[in-house]
Design a protein around this ligand. Sequence first.
Ligand SMILES: C[S@@+](CC[C@H](N)C(=O)[O-])C[C@H]1O[C@@H](n2cnc3c(N)ncnc32)[C@H](O)[C@@H]1O
Length: 301
Amino acid sequence: MNNMPAEHKPVLAELIGAELKPKSDAVVVDATLGFAGHSSIFAQSLGPDGVLVGFDVDPKCLEASRQILSNLPCKVLLIRRNFSEIADSLRENGIEAADLIFADLGVCSGQLADTERGLSFQQDMKLDMRLDDRLEMTAADIINNMDEKGLADLIFKFGQERASRRIARSIVQYRKSARIKTTTVLVDVICRALGCNPNARRSRIHPATKTFQALRIAVNNELDNLEKFLEAIPLLLRKDGRAAVISFHSLEDRLVKNNFRLNKTAGVYDIITKKPIIASRQEMFDNPRSRSAKLRIAVKI
Ligand SMILES: C[S@@+](CC[C@H](N)C(=O)[O-])C[C@H]1O[C@@H](n2cnc3c(N)ncnc32)[C@H](O)[C@@H]1O
């Protein structure tokens, strides 16, 4: 059953509509379909000779997008597959080259609110965090089985959390009496380690933000998948085709920036965005998720 609220405001939508407007016969690949927010914008320009390919690992997103994208003049192909396998998948579907390959990384607002996903530190949920339920390891598996040093290193590396050792110690301490099965218990354990009250928020950033980010990255193997995706793009783009990626934290953005620079040095890309494009103050106010969004665009030469 799809209990996920089908809600998501696409970030940088206006700008993307203007900067990445495809020709009517273009092949557009949206590697992170979500609720088809950006795909719907691209689809407005695609005619009967155009193709829109959407990837997502979450079947609920694909189901919702299938309805949103019905009745379009262009051909629509929605694929449940990890974008790290984009090259194989496009080939298997008879698509040789694309004019635009786009990704809006991370998770949708609807996924954060989905009680089955276990991604939110603001609601009580079973600790899971898999975007793709075919994956075997959940966040609860990591939290309850990894040793203290492994946990501390993971929280530091993927969450950039300076208090990672204290948090890991607190997790291992709690585990001596009970398993950590829910997001609320994990938030309490983190707050205990940091000496803060989960309900008394002093800073804009919730104390569990970095640990939750680290776990989500680890569960979904996000950085390895992004690297594979970025490496595949140049071989899939036509000449003058564009690669556009929106990232939401510095670990992702660094991978995108370095990949684009390497391809520029190799004479494969021109970089359109010397500095990443960020949201306007108004958009940041209207859609808090846009505050950390960074869009980088490269063109194949
Ligand atoms: C931020 S949302 C995209 C929202 C979309 N741009 C929109 O406007 O509706 C990111 C989506 O990418 C999916 N996703 C994340 N990592 C993925 C991966 N490695 N392969 C395929 N889909 C992925 C998530 O399940 C999620 O639906």
